[in-house]
Design a protein around this ligand. Sequence first.
Ligand code: DGT
Ligand code: CA
Ligand code: CA
Length: 575
Amino acid sequence: MGKNKILCEIFSQMADALDFLGENPFKISAYRKASRVLEDYPTDIEEVYRGGGITALTSIPGIGAAMAKKIVEFLETGRMHKYEEVISQVPQDLLRLIDVQGIGPKTLKLAYDQLGVRSIQDFKRVLDDGSLAKLPGMGNKKVDNIKKGLELYEKMSERIPLGLAFPIVQETLRQMKQLSQVRSISACGSFRRMKETIGDVDILCTGDNGRKIIDHFVHLPGVTRILAAGDTKGSVIFNDRYQVDLRVVPVESYGAALQYFTGSKQHNIHLRTIAKALELKISEYGVFRGQQRVGGQDEKDIYGALGLQWIPPELREDLGEVEAAAADRLPQLIQYEDIKGDLHVHSKYSDGTGTLEELLAEAQRRGYQYIAVCDHSRSARYARGLEVEKLLEKVERIEKLNRDSSGARLLAGTEVDILPDGSLDYPDEVLKRLEFVVAAIHSWRKEEDVTGRILKAMENPYVHAIAHPTGRLISTREGYRVDVDRVIERAAQTGTALEINAYYDRLDLNDTYVRRAKELGVKVAIGTDAHNIGQLWMIVLGVGVARRGWCDPSDVLNAWDYEQIIEWTRQKGSG
Ligand code: DGT
Ligand code: CA
Ligand code: CA
């Protein structure tokens, strides 16, 4: 199965290497062509060969006799001498730069021959010290172009926070669905698993005219570069940053491909070992018993054939979900539609932009029962934290708005600072007036361990949840020092919830800790921490984390009705 991919990669590397070595252009293009053919080829190349021998291989358009011989050598021995010979003559590290826009084999060869460049590091040096620019045919303009390309390349190799890709993928799916040729389409890969960061976005589709579908895809608004566009596969970059691949597969293998390309790789490997024991074979093309196809149109076919419950994508990390599915003991995961409100939102009272009226209207529009308005407390001056008087004014205005509203309501809340000694930024008499209190660490000394402060805050009967418990930011910082296990334990003992802060750069608690919290019976509260109404959609990212943490609706306060939440906070308040 993976053989197509491996051969595709081998031939592509050979083309690059031969190009670097200045070989005959016809030879180079034969390798490139073979690589592209294999990338798109819908059938396992090994099966083709076992079924029809070398003639079956040469009958594939784009695969000539010489190429077929190399494929056979590889399939029979696991090696390819020509590849090894060619690769040993080139600096492999350096050659990776061939993917960079503005750098071609000629440039690399020049730097290699004239400046003794042997590695990426060397190359960067001659780029910066001006020596590359001085070579014949180079010049400053070309070098600047290469620098830009390299910057982009390095940005592209960083993982992307899920929440940044989310709107782009949703919009892409929406636009693709409008095409009449598209029958079914879905994201797969780490995106479908709702991993907090993703490498690239994988989309899978089935429909009537692959070429037309791909053509539409690569010309979507926002595409800044087309990497590939064939009959079954297209690959583009949106907004100079987000790589999105689209594959079109036949309808009878759509489910199998969806399963395969959703991964994770570890999950798939686990499934294949089970298949083997049952003398079945699963691949992106279907489920097979010997030569006979026994399923593959629907994703459920794959799990069904293995005697497993269908496993939600967010669980597919080979962390016990396969065993649980075999024993019919998968959790009834919280659903995205179960969400009845948002438990951490800022308003204009502190550093948000929405008025109370706007927040309430938005709650109605979303079909929420509640939004907890948790503005900053008085010590948080940088965030225009509220003095007591202002907070009480807000409480009264919320009470009035709620009286006049049918349906949704606002919960009067705060995001109260946990002060350096673990006490809170408002006295209990004030906190007592609020319906939902999240407590947070916003300042800490370098090297300080804040565990004690958080444990103390949880003792307070009016603290309902700890906001962003670890303080990490996905793109920039690790967070403060805190013993999360002790926080989880004490949360269980004191009946305090832990927040899943759904803001895309936080997702804190993360999936692993959420799962541990759930196991100890700790409730989680999802809050977007939105500072404007345009950020409330991020709740979906928080639900993704809850699902990856194996939570069912009883574990997540947001899946509860307003009255249930109030009853629960009252219990903590009365000790
Ligand atoms: P990413 O993009 O790094 O966030 O992670 P994924 O999980 O999206 O991985 P990606 O894009 O490399 O491949 C998408 C899925 O395709 C992956 O989750 C499982 C499947 N897949 C890709 N390559 C292999 C492979 O070599 N073996 C197996 N078993 N599955 C693979
Ligand atoms: Ca991916
Ligand atoms: Ca991919």
